[in-house]
Design a protein around this ligand. Structure first.
Ligand code: TLP
Length: 350
C-alpha cells in the first residue's frame, strides 16, 4: 500500500536539484566563518527578506530560541499568542533557557491585534517584569495555517514601535503567507525586527532555518547560537539545499494551497466533520469532529486501512498538511478513506 503522508510539510524529501547541489557544495569551517555556501545562503536569505544579515540555524526551534536569547534578558516578558509554536511546542525553551516570561494573549485566528498588545504591556511598577518583545507567527500553525492580515500587521508594528517593543516573527511558513497574500515576503517582514524562516518545511530542504535581522542583532545572535551548540562546521552541504529551496521552491507553494483547498472541500462534505473550507488559507487543513468521534482512533485507522498519515491536534481535531510530495490523486484517497471510516462511525453513534 502506498503511504500518503499528510502529517506535516516537514516530511518532504530533498529534490534532485538539492541532492546535486549538496554533492557539489564548496564547504569550509563555519565557526571560523569560512563556509562559502553558508555565506551565500545567508546573503540570499537576508536580501529576500529585506534584512541586513541572516544566520543559518539547524532548526526553527533553535532559530526562535536564539532570537529570544538575543532580544531578551532573563526576567523580561514577551507577548505571544497562546497557541503559538514558541509557546506550545518548543519545550519551554523561552523559560528554561532564555529565562523569559511569556505573556500569552488570545489572538484572532492566532494573530495578535493592537488590543491584545496594549492590554498585555506592563506599566512601570516596582513589582512588574519589563515587557520587551512581541512574538508573531505567520502563517499560524495551530490556528490552521492562517495568514495575518497586512493591515493588522502594520497596526501591530506601529503599536510596538510606539511602546518601544521589538517584534520577532516566527515565519516558519512565511512563504506560504506571502503566496496567499500575493506579495513578496519582504513586504511582510518590513513590519518586524527579526524573522525566522524554515527551509525544511514546504520548501523541502532537509535541514535548516534562517534568522534574519540587523547586522548588530545577527552578530549577537551568532554568539548565542554558539552558546546553545549551534555552531556548525562544514554545514555548507546543508546550506546548498537551502539555496535551492529559496530559488526553486518558494514559487510553487500555491500548488500546495490548491490541494489543501481540494481536501477541505472534500472533507467538509462528510457527515461528522466540522470545517469551513473558506477558513483554509494555505497548506494546513484542521478539522474538528462531532462529539463522540475520537481523533486518535480515526488517525490510526486511516493509516492502517488506507495508508493515509495525518496527525491529531487535540482529542477532537485532526491536522492535514499538503506539500511537494502530495498530488491530487493522494487527496482523493484521503477524502475517500475518511468518508468510508466516518460512515461506519457515524452509524455506530446514531
Ligand atoms: N512545526 C512542526 C511541529 O513542531 C509541530 C510541524 O509539523 O508543523 N515554528 C513553527 C510555526 C512550526 O510549525 C515549527 C515546526 C517550528 C517553528 C519549529 O521548527 P523545527 O521543527 O525546524 O524546529
Amino acid at each position: 500500500m502506498k503511504m500518503i503522508d499528510l502529517r506535516s510539510d516537514t516530511v518532504t524529501q530533498p529534490t534532485a536539484a538539492m541532492r546535486e547541489a549538496m554533492f557539489r557544495a564548496e564547504v569550509g569551517d563555519d565557526v571560523y566563518g569560512e563556509d562559502p555556501t553558508i555565506k551565500a545562503l545567508e546573503e540570499k536569505g537576508a536580501a529576500l527578506l529585506g534584512k541586513e544579515k541572516a544566520l543559518f540555524c539547524p532548526s526553527g526551534t533553535m532559530s526562535n530560541l536564539v532570537a529570544l536569547l538575543t532580544h531578551l534578558q532573563p526576567g523580561n516578558e514577551f507577548i505571544i499568542d497562546y497557541r503559538s509554536h514558541i509557546y506550545q511546542y518548543e519545550v519551554g525553551g523561552c523559560a528554561a533557557l532564555a529565562g523569559a516570561i511569556p505573556h500569552t494573549a488570545r489572538g484572532d485566528r492566532g494573530h495578535l491585534g493592537v488590543r491584545n498588545i496594549e492590554a498585555a504591556i506592563r506599566e512601570e511598577n516596582i513589582h512588574y517584569p519589563e515587557t520587551k518583545l512581541v512574538c508573531l507567527e505567520n502563517t499560524h500553525n495551530l490556528a490552521g495555517g492562517t495568514v495575518m492580515p497586512m493591515a493588522q500587521l502594520a497596526d501591530v508594528s506601529a503599536c510596538a514601535k510606539e511602546h518601544g517593543l521589538k517584534i520577532h516573527l516566527d515565519g516558519a511558513r512565511l512563504f506560504n503567507a506571502a503566496t496567499a497574500l500575493h506579495l513578496p515576503a519582504s513586504e511582510i517582514t518590513q513590519y518586524v525586527d527579526t524573522v525566522n524562516i524554515c527551509l525544511s518545511k514546504g520548501l523541502a530542504a532537509p535541514v535548516g532555518s534562517l534568522l534574519c535581522g540587523t547586522e548588530e542583532f545577527i552578530i549577537k545572535a551568532r554568539k548565542k547560537r554558539k552558546m546553545v551548540g549551534g555552531g556548525m562546521r562544514q554545514a555548507g552541504f546543508l546550506a546548498a539545499a537551502g539555496i535551492v529551496a529559496l530559488e526553486d521552491m518558494t514559487g510553487r507553494l500555491a500548488e500546495d494551497h490548491a490541494l489543501a483547498q481540494k481536501l477541505a472541500l472534500g472533507l467538509a462534505a462528510i457527515p461528522g466533520v466540522v470545517l469551513d473550507p473558506a477558513q483554509v488559507e494555505t497548506n494546513i487543513v484542521k478539522i474538528d469532529l462531532v462529539a463522540g468521534l475520537d481523533a486518535g482512533e480515526i488517525v490510526s485507522q486511516l493509516k492502517a486501512d488506507y495508508g493515509v498519515l495525518c496527525g491529531t491536534a487535540g482529542k477532537n481535531s485532526i491536522r492535514f498538511v499538503t506539500h511537494y510530495q502530495i498530488d491530487a490523486a493522494d487527496i482523493d484517497v484521503a477524502i475517500q478513506g475518511i468518508k468510508e471510516l466516518l460512515v461506519v462511525k457515524m452509524k455506530a453513534l446514531s
